[in-house]
Design a protein around this ligand. Structure first.
Ligand SMILES: Nc1ncnc2c1ncn2[C@@H]1O[C@H](COP(=O)(O)OP(=O)(O)OP(=O)(O)O)[C@@H](O)[C@H]1O
Ligand SMILES: [Mg+2]
Length: 304
């Protein structure tokens, strides 16, 4: 029996993530040796589902997989014990490589990411997937499969009844057009959507569309814009790996809201969770107890 409050992370372009630590700083055109390798199921929805589960919530990863990478992906999700609804499709599930420079942790910086595009949009497999999605709050996570027709994505969003959407570019535009309940852009994504990363442009977007905005600002924290407007400053931390911080933040926010927490409380915990993710080294290392501790070091700002 599906749980009524399940958070369903519908991920149109799943991936097999390979994170490599190199023996030294990355220099294009030269040989590097890999000193550490992690292979994990990836795609933004998987990170979101991990965060929800870390807090004891019910989550499920939904998407289309294919080929040997698809089998590997299934096995990795099962090994992690993450619930899933996966439909078999054509082609190979894509691989995304993250390269972490070795040496002094203080000089590592943001990882170099090399992401494949993935197999093209497969209407049949997507239709089968949508026909057996579990009940719950659907969150559409990440990039679209290559060649996804804009109309098909829009129709899918409309059929999902006010989903939450964490995407970029055309995916985010479609989310606003379809009347999503909430979008989670970072500052670059909001600027690409509205021409400005300022809070006022999120307010204007909400006023004209009714779509709530959870805007994330990296080291600066996050803001929520809807009927209520709240801003939260992130704690100062030492960053190990910030990849997936936005996904962890969104999963935490939705879990907390489902549990009846107020928007400012949920936002503080969510910001702390994003920071804990960056501090601990990414979604595989994320821990809810560390997020709860960091929450004390977030700062809620009076809504302007
Ligand atoms: N350097 C940092 N220091 C403290 N907190 C951080 C830092 N970077 C990220 N965070 C936390 O993570 C949250 C989300 O970060 P960000 O805005 O970078 O998301 P994002 O770009 O969507 O990330 P991704 O798509 O990789 O998951 C921030 O709101 C903040 O709480
Ligand atoms: Mg993001």
């Amino acid at each position: 029996m599906p749980e009524p409050d399940m958070i369903v992370a519908l991920t149109p372009n799943l991936s097999l993530d390979r994170t490599m630590t190199l023996d030294r700083s990355l220099v294009p055109g030269q040989l590097h040796r890999v000193t550490g390798l992690t292979v994990a199921a990836g795609g933004k929805g998987v990170n979101l589902a991990r965060a929800v589960r870390a807090f004891g919530g019910a989550s499920c990863v939904a998407g289309v997989v294919g080929g040997f990478n698809g089998q590997h992906f299934r096995a990795l999700l099962e090994a992690e014990g993450l619930e899933n609804v996966l439909e078999d499709g054509e082609g190979e599930t894509r691989e995304c490589q993250a390269l972490l420079s070795g040496g002094d942790p203080g000089e590592r910086g943001h990882p170099t990411e090399i992401n494949e595009a993935g197999p093209p949009y497969q209407p049949g497999a997507v239709a089968r997937l949508l026909s057996h999605l579990p009940q719950g709050q659907v969150v559409v996570c990440g990039s679209l499969a290559p060649n996804t027709p804009g109309t098909a994505f829009l129709d899918m969003l409309r059929g999902l009844d006010r989903p939450v959407v964490d995407s970029s570019g055309a995916g985010l535009e479609a989310a606003v057009q379809a009347g999503a309940s909430l979008i989670k852009p970072n500052e670059h994504e909001l600027e690409a959507l509205t021409g400005s990363a300022a809070l006022d442009s999120a307010r204007e977007l909400y006023r004209r569309s009714g779509v709530q905005v959870l805007l994330t600002r990296g080291a600066h924290g996050a803001a929520f814009v809807g009927e209520e407007v709240w801003e939260v400053e992130a704690p100062q931390i030492e960053v190990k790996n910030p990849v997936g911080s936005g996904d962890t933040l969104l999963g935490t926010f939705l879990w907390a809201r489902q549990g009846g927490q107020s928007i400012p409380d949920a936002l503080r915990l969510a910001v702390a969770a994003g920071s804990a993710n960056a501090m601990l080294g990414g979604p595989l290392k994320f821990r809810a107890d560390v997020a709860r501790e960091l929450m004390m070091r977030t700062r809620l700002l009076t809504p302007a």
